[in-house]
Write a protein that binds this ligand. Structure first.
Ligand code: TXA
Ligand code: MG
Length: 325
């Protein structure tokens, strides 16, 4: 099988039609979202959800994020408390996933929720929202990459990795946010951050007036099992907080920070010459892949500030650098 690739800038209607047909047949479709490309399948169809796991080579079933076209649709599948409703109204459509009580008998298959009585929901922007509206049912979608690898931010990334396992890849250009959604759970009025992502923690605190409770360490995030320590792993090893370059290393930096031995770098990738963290997040996965493609054995990365989207960037980098299984 070689995936058909349809570009929405020239063939949007055809893309919607073909995607709906493949989804209705029970197969996954790779689609653009504002965060990363997703491997989307009908969240009510167990065979379709199983194919997501087969395609990714994911060893076991994790709960998947169910994508909705609008708040009314989301409310048919999940129960919103007032704080979650406020978050939804403020940040949707956008890169925020809320973990909410699942409405029993709502139709979302237990393979999508891994049998939990909660469901992770988000409303994506753009083509993904139009597709869900056209299809009429929620789409379960993890990132469209082989399990454990770097998430795709372009149709080319998806096609290179999974092109021979997919029927259809929709090309919507570069994903503007570049890191996955922030995952939040509201618990007795408190906000628990399960995964930092495209909405900064500070923005959530400003919108709600509540403090975001952060996990104490990677081990605390077991509740989001996609977030195991080693994840987003390129082929090369990754060395963080680098202030120098060692022979054979390729460098990923943020702006023109001083780096000793920079002339030894096999290549240099600058996440954002002006030090803008949103730009850095948008470039992160693409630059990890490009750095990897140089064939260097190690990628050195300069320190990234921890505020704003820096929290999500540092989370992904820590996982890329974690010891491999
Ligand atoms: O930006 C994104 O969120 C991308 C795009 C495609 O939308 N999707 C994505 O999905 O990253 P995925 O499946 O790779 O990440 C889902 C994460 C997992 O870590 C999972 O454990 C957690 O969300 N999750 C989903 N449902 C949950 C639930 N009911 N309780 C706790 N964690 C949940
Ligand atoms: Mg993923």
């Amino acid at each position: 099988m070689t995936a058909e690739i349809i570009d929405i800038t020239t063939d949007r209607e055809k893309a919607l039609e073909r995607a709906c047909a493949v989804l209705a047949d029970g197969f996954p479709v790779a689609i653009p979202t504002e965060t990363v490309y997703g491997l989307a399948a009908d969240a009510t169809n167990p065979a379709a959800i199983t194919r997501i796991y087969e395609t990714k080579g994911r060893p076991r079933f994790n709960p998947l994020i169910c994508h909705m076209s609008d708040l009314a649709m989301a409310e048919r599948y999940a129960v919103f408390d007032p704080v979650s409703k406020k978050l939804a109204e403020t940040f949707w459509p956008g890169p925020l996933t809320l973990i909410l009580p699942l409405r029993p008998e709502s139709g979302i298959h237990s393979l999508a929720t891994a049998g939990l009585d909660t469901v992770g929901i988000r409303l994506p922007k753009g083509f993904a929202a139009d597709l869900i509206r056209a299809y009429g049912k929620p789409l379960a979608a993890p990132s469209a990459n082989t399990s454990g690898g770097v998430s795709p931010t372009s149709a080319r990334h998806v096609a290179d990795d999974l092109g021979d396992k997919l029927k259809l890849v929709i090309d919507g250009g570069a994903a503007p946010v570049g890191v996955e959604s922030t995952i939040l759970r509201v618990e007795s009025g408190a906000l628990r951050l399960l995964r930092p992502g495209g909405v900064a923690g500070e923005e959530i605190e400003t919108a709600t007036g509540l403090t975001v409770i952060r996990p104490e360490g990677p081990a605390a995030i077991i509740e989001a099992p996609g977030m195991l320590a080693s994840h987003y792993a390129p082929g090369a090893s990754v060395r963080l907080n680098a202030d120098h370059v060692e022979p054979g290393e390729v460098l990923i930096r943020l702006g023109a920070v001083p780096v000793k031995g920079i002339e030894q770098a096999a290549a240099i990738f600058d996440l954002s010459p002006s030090g803008d963290l949103a730009e850095a997040a948008a470039n992160l996965f693409d630059y990890l892949k490009r750095a990897d493609a140089t064939g260097a054995t190690r990628i050195a990365v300069t320190p990234i500030p921890g505020h704003g989207l820096g929290e999500a960037i540092n989370d992904r980098l820590a996982r890329a650098a974690a010891p491999r299984k």
